[in-house]
Design a protein. Structure first.
Length: 235
């Protein structure tokens, strides 16, 4: 079945252009121009990808992304009218997977859309696939347990809710305990070589993980920063 993309863009001309090109490429498209309506549409159609503008009536794109990220793991590609690093950082922090600055070429947008969808498919397949060689295995680090069979994380004997990308990142750290891992290496191995983004994505996800698995996220003891290098998992 064709994958479904939700476009949230209040400029009619751009919204129509995006809709035309995505449908031409074989996608099913739903297009809206209001933040509140976008939430209703996402909950109804459960899209495979959301293309989300920041400046919207009703609710702005940051708030829409924040709410969507709490409810679903659908990839979010944010559009910003300004080449402003603050916009990008905030977008990543509220849960966007990638961002694109206007004006942009349709070829670049399509490349990013396909990269996000491909990564999402691979992640779903990986999570659904039984890991026979690791069956019945657990990785234990004190009160933190990664159950490889059930693909879940337990902290203080309670299940820890992690998004799929957070789980993959934590597992990657655990499998490389004690090793210094550069941001670029993490990005390539966890997000994939074709990821269109930068190493700030790693920093944002590490921050989220620290908030969930560290006693004090401001003074981490499990995922420590290696100055000038990257990160090291101490377990």
């Amino acid at each position: 079945m064709p994958e479904t993309i939700l476009i949230v863009e209040d400029e009619p001309a751009l919204r129509d252009t995006l809709t035309y090109n995505l449908k031409k490429d074989g996608f099913t498209v739903e297009a809206v121009g209001d933040g509140r309506i976008a939430l209703e549409s996402a909950r109804t159609i459960k899209p495979d990808l959301v293309i989300l503008d920041i400046m919207l009536p009703g609710l702005d794109g940051f708030e829409v992304a924040r709410i969507l990220r709490k409810e679903m793991i659908t990839p979010i590609l944010m559009l910003t009218a300004r080449d402003d690093e603050i916009d990008r950082v905030v977008g990543l922090e509220v849960g966007a997977d990638d961002y694109l600055t206007k004006p942009f070429s349709m070829r670049e947008l399509m490349a990013r859309v396909k990269a996000q969808l491909r990564r999402s498919r691979l992640l779903r397949e990986e999570l659904a696939k039984p890991t026979l060689e690791k069956q019945h295995e657990k990785l234990t680090f004190g009160n933190l347990v990664i159950n490889l069979t059930r693909q879940e994380v337990i902290l203080d004997d309670e299940p820890l809710p992690l998004k799929p990308q957070e789980y993959q990142l934590l597992l990657f750290f655990a499998e490389h305990k004690g090793q210094m891992l550069s941001r670029e290496f993490i990005l390539e191995r966890v997000w994939g070589w074709d990821f269109i983004g930068d190493s700030r994505t790693v920093d944002v996800h590490v921050r989220w993980l620290r908030q969930k698995i560290e006693d004090d996220a401001s003074a981490p003891k499990r995922i420590v920063t290696v100055r000038g290098g990257g990160y090291r998992f101490e377990g």
